[in-house]
Design a binder for this molecule. Structure first.
Ligand SMILES: Nc1ncnc2c1ncn2[C@@H]1O[C@H](COP(=O)(O)OP(=O)(O)O)[C@@H](O)[C@H]1O
Ligand SMILES: [Mg+2]
Length: 255
């Protein structure tokens, strides 16, 4: 089981799109993939067409294990769709902090102690867009972090604070080997000078850690509205190809 957390403390950078489309890219290669929505806004869950109208079991119930007996094994919480096992979220996740005495390792320990997850090749964690308890938990949920960032002037802010948080978590907690597996430039349009300048800066700064960019493509949001991964919505769209290339990278890097 390899855990990949998709983190950036800034919102709107393509975390959820990356989590969903990378999960699908890997699962369509016959890997067993579990996608965890770790954002109380539940955009990942909504992408799959689920809304918490009637309260369904979510990641919150899973985290509460073993206190809430009977409702918290993976299969009680998981929903299967498009070959992916989704652990949904809803706004109740926002209250997990108080119940867990702010431990930053709750998600990490929950994943580690869940035997059912051993059958999975990849666990992908989509995270919330602000610093704090939830993002800290997502950052050190496993060993690999992928940071999407917009190819835009000033978008470095979210990146710098996310990297700072990871550094301080590793310094203050024992046994954390989490590494950044890549910086993923998103919303890239080669016709815009600003995007090319920003991409050059990212490459100069992060060198080999910089992954091939995900192009800006309306098919990404249209796929989300239709509740499907982009590869199912329009497999020959730019962004579908870019997400397949990201799948290649992850497969090669973590095989
Ligand atoms: N490559 C892209 N091209 C065009 N729109 C995108 C792209 N990636 C994401 N989006 C859209 O931009 C919005 C924000 O993306 P999202 O993945 O939700 O960001 P985050 O999870 O970081 O807040 C969503 O409406 C999404 O559909
Ligand atoms: Mg999101």
């Amino acid at each position: 089981m390899r855990v990949i957390s998709i983190v950036n403390q800034k919102g709107g950078v393509g975390k959820t799109a990356t989590a969903v489309n990378l999960a699908y890219s890997l699962s369509s290669r016959n890997y067993k993939v579990c996608l965890i929505d770790f954002d109380p806004q539940a955009n990942c869950t909504k992408h799959f067409g689920f809304r918490s109208v009637s309260r369904m079991p979510t990641i919150y119930d899973f985290l509460m294990f073993p206190e809430k007996k009977g409702s918290s094994s993976l299969k009680d919480v998981a929903i299967s769709k498009y070959g992916i096992t989704l652990i949904p979220a809803d706004e109740s996740l926002a209250s997990a902090r108080s119940e867990h005495a702010a431990s930053k390792k709750v998600l990490r320990n929950t994943l580690k102690n869940c035997e059912e997850l051993n059958e999975y090749d990849y666990v992908i964690v989509d995270s919330a867009p602000q610093p704090g308890f939830l993002t800290d938990n997502a950052l050190i949920a496993g060993d690999n972090v992928l940071i999407p960032m917009q190819c835009k002037y000033l978008s470095v802010e979210g990146l710098a604070s996310t990297m700072e948080s990871l550094k301080s978590l590793k310094e203050n907690l024992s046994g954390i080997n989490t590494e950044i597996m890549g910086i993923l430039p998103t919303f890239y349009d080669s016709r815009r000078n600003d995007d090319n300048d920003s991409l050059d800066k990212i490459k100069r700064f992060f060198y080999k850690m910089t992954l091939d960019p995900i192009r800006e493509n309306t098919a990404v949001s249209l796929a989300s509205k239709r509740h499907v991964p982009i590869q199912m919505y329009e497999s020959d769209s730019y962004a579908a190809k870019d997400y397949e290339r990201l799948g290649d990278f992850v497969e090669n890097r973590l095989s």
